[in-house]
Design a protein. Structure first.
Length: 190
């Protein structure tokens, strides 16, 4: 089902929340309030969701490739198995979000807040995580190969079995991290 931004906002305003599998590529929902919306399986490629409120949203399996989610609020949202490759999530609020199994290759997460988020088995290859907060997050079996984590806060993060090969970790706070079975960059080994 193809729907434009005005129609989606109209339907949301009258109480509709289920937009599962909707075709929303290139939609402009900048600054929109969409808390609790169900966009699971939706096509949101290249969507402009900059500054949007999507707290508690279901984006399970959604295609958000190359979308702009800069400054968006995704607190407690479900983005498991979502395609976020090359998406802009800079300064986004992803506290307690579920991104397990999500693909975030080459995504920009600079200065985003992912405290207590689940990124188990997520693919963050070559992602920009500079200055990102990941305190208490789970990155169990995540691929961070080639990711830029300069200045990131990974205190108390589960990195068990994570792949950090070729990751940049300069000025990264990894205090109290769980690293059992993790593959670390060669420069961090004694």
């Amino acid at each position: 089902m193809r729907i434009d931004s005005q129609e989606l906002l109209r339907q949301f305003a009258i109480g509709k929340r289920n937009f599962k599998d909707a075709s929303l590529a290139d939609i402009n929902l900048q600054g929109a309030y969409l808390s609790g919306i169900d966009l699971s399986g939706a096509d949101l490629r290249r969507a402009n969701l900059r500054g949007a409120t999507l707290s508690g949203a279901n984006l399970n399996g959604a295609n958000l490739r190359s979308s702009n989610l800069a400054g968006a609020s995704l607190f407690e949202s479900v983005l498991s198995s979502a395609n976020l490759n090359q998406a802009n999530l800079s300064e986004a609020n992803l506290i307690e979000a579920d991104l397990s199994g999500a693909s975030l290759m080459r995504a920009n997460l600079q200065d985003a807040n992912l405290d207590m988020a689940s990124l188990a088995e997520a693919d963050l290859q070559n992602a920009n995580l500079q200055g990102t907060r990941l305190c208490g997050a789970s990155l169990w079996k995540a691929s961070l190969r080639g990711a830029d984590l300069r200045g990131a806060d990974l205190c108390d993060t589960n990195l068990c079995e994570a792949n950090l090969y070729d990751a940049t970790l300069e000025a990264t706070d990894m205090s109290e991290c769980f690293l059992t079975g993790a593959t670390l960059p060669a420069s961090t080994h004694p």
